[in-house]
Design a protein around this ligand. Structure first.
Ligand code: UDX
Length: 431
């Protein structure tokens, strides 16, 4: 079938390319001319494993355009996947959504469904409905144009896999005919297909992300307690996770969650609750714990160096908010670097892919070619991102190039005994 996607960011581009791979003809729209030009030249504009190959393999089913009229030319469903950044107060900025739908509406035809794929506050589908009702072309009955909510659950770095192997597909609709169209769009994917109303679909996305964030903050609090009583949180989470009611995933203590979703969505959900007169105490604590995790880490580095960071050289391994992505949005590294620089420390940093994203932000940081170069002459090596390549570092070689003898492992990737055996003092998170 024919589909279109508005917005070629992470979610939009991956979804468009995957829909094409599933056999659909897909039009991807973006108002950024440069992006569209690159995509038309067959170049993926985001870092996502597997995407360039899939883009190349499905070029004949993909069209990239800046013209909104192309979105509605033949598509049965139009997915809106534009950004919803957080405003200062934590609320979602819906201006990209309202602008995109306002530009789309005058081109809509009877029988088309407009599905919100962006993570949007409860009630946004009603707002979208209003924009469509007042802007559809003369002669089109607004009731014949459907509005739906279709939250996605893609992880960065695994987005292509997640798109093609979803754990569930949730669609909120205002008309059964929209559900029928969307069911065909996802036909072939082996996942439960749930049809509900729009507010339920919208809340499901926030609740899922907030719950995962809660697991992370919970284990980070347990980690703090482990440090105080001499326990090892990596073992605790392992033993807890064997209980299927708890599960192993998202119980890794570390520097807390970053990225484009959890920080934004937890704050937005808190604001949604507040706007309904509900004080979401638990969620506030989750956010606070996450913020504190970065501060505690800087204290940990400082206390390992006699509480004085001035003039000390810190080697930071990892900048992206997690492995397999160059994304640095809300990455713990950003705040950690800022705090270390404020304390007048010198920083040598290395990340396999994310360095170009932060070079401009931190002109005084020395960016290095690999972990050993970063460690050269450093007083302490600090692991910020759990990139797999760091786990295989030669500890003896690392120790030999360092000036000091301290390793602070913000992601608990190393075996403390092996690190100690190479002559370094090990500090993990919660162990
Ligand atoms: C997340 C959700 O997983 C996805 O379903 C949603 O659509 C978007 O947000 P993503 O932001 O790509 O995906 O990253 P994810 O792999 O979930 O990790 C989020 C953050 O939590 C990372 O900073 C990661 O380092 C951290 N994390 C994750 C932990 O600190 N501990 C864990 O046990 C798991």
């Amino acid at each position: 079938m024919d589909l279109s996607i508005i917005g070629t960011g992470h979610v939009g581009l991956v979804s468009g390319v995957c829909f094409a791979d599933m056999g659909h003809r897909v039009v991807c729209i973006d108002n950024d001319k440069d992006k569209i030009q690159l995509l038309n030249a067959g170049k993926a504009t985001i870092f996502e494993p597997g995407l360039p190959e899939m883009l190349a393999a499905n070029r004949d089913r993909l069209t990239f355009s800046t013209d909104m009229a192309d979105a509605t030319a033949s598509a049965e469903a139009i997915f809106v996947a534009v950004g919803t950044p957080a405003r200062e107060n934590g609320r979602s900025d819906l201006s990209y959504v309202t602008e995109a739908v306002s530009r789309l509406a005058p081109h809509l035809k009877a029988g088309q469904v407009v599905a919100m794929m962006s993570t949007v506050p409860v009630g946004t589908s009603r707002l979208v409905r209003e924009i469509i009702d007042t802007n559809v072309p003369a002669g089109v009955d607004p009731k014949e144009v459907y509005v739906a909510s279709n939250p996605e659950f893609l992880r960065e770095g695994r987005a292509v896999y997640d798109r093609l192997h979803p754990t569930r597909i949730v669609v909120g609709v205002d008309d059964e005919r929209a559900a029928e169209i969307l069911k065909r769009a996802f036909d072939g994917l082996e996942a439960p297909f749930y049809v509900t109303n729009c507010p339920t679909a919208e809340i499901t996305k926030y609740a899922s992300n907030a719950f995962l964030a809660t697991k992370i903050s919970f284990i980070n609090e347990i980690a703090r307690l482990c440090e105080l009583v001499g326990a090892d949180v990596t073992e605790v989470s392992h033993y807890m996770g064997d209980d299927p009611r708890i599960g192993r995933q998202f119980l890794q203590a570390g520097l807390g969650y970053g990225g484009s979703c959890f920080p934004k969505d937890t704050k937005a959900l808190d604001q949604i609750a507040f706007s309904q007169g509900h004080n979401f105490t638990l969620l506030k604590a989750v956010i606070d714990v996450n913020n504190m995790q970065r501060v505690r880490f800087v204290h940990k580095i400082a206390s390992a160096l006699g509480d004085d960071l001035k003039g000390k050289t810190i080697a930071l391994l990892g900048i992206s908010f997690k492995p397999d992505t160059d994304d640095v949005r809300e990455a713990p590294s950003i705040e950690i670097i800022s705090r270390l620089l404020d304390a007048r420390a010198r920083i040598r940093a290395y990340d396999p892919v994310a360095m170009p994203k932060v070079r401009g932000l931190f002109p005084t940081v020395t960016f290095c070619e690999d972990a050993y170069e970063a460690a050269a002459g450093s007083d302490v090596v600090a692991v910020i991102t759990d990139w797999p390549e760091f786990k295989d570092l030669d500890m003896k070689r690392l120790t030999s190039v360092m000036a000091g003898r301290v390793l602070v492992d913000g992601r608990n990737i190393f075996d403390p005994k092996a690190v100690a055996a190479s002559g370094l003092t090990y500090h993990g998170v919660g162990r």
